[in-house]
Write a protein that binds this ligand. Sequence first.
Ligand SMILES: [Zn+2]
Length: 125
Amino acid sequence: MNKEQLSSFKQQLMAQRSDMLAHLVQLRGGAVGRAQASAEHFGEAEDTRAQRVTERDLEFALDDHESAALSQIDAALARLEAGVYGECMDCGSKIALARLQATPQAMRCIACQEKFERDGVPSRM
Ligand SMILES: [Zn+2]
């Protein structure tokens, strides 16, 4: 895999990640909106608190499915940083480019993924 491909996967993953977070902020917009509304009512201290709703707070609010999807993206980004992106985490062989293009966060080759799904072998992570 060349640098251009790597950086395009990185962009895809970053975009997916921020899309997902933006979507979640929207889903939970009600809560943040109420915090802001009460800030106007109660003054500056509350306002500061509302502004401290960070990405990390949001991650705590995710359900299992959401945080699993997010951590897959994070793991793929970490593998990219570590220079092992595109290698199967089970057998170490290269993951097909078409598979990565369809699923940039894929961490196993198709054979290992099928085996993983069939046998439920716990991942090394
Ligand atoms: Zn494999």
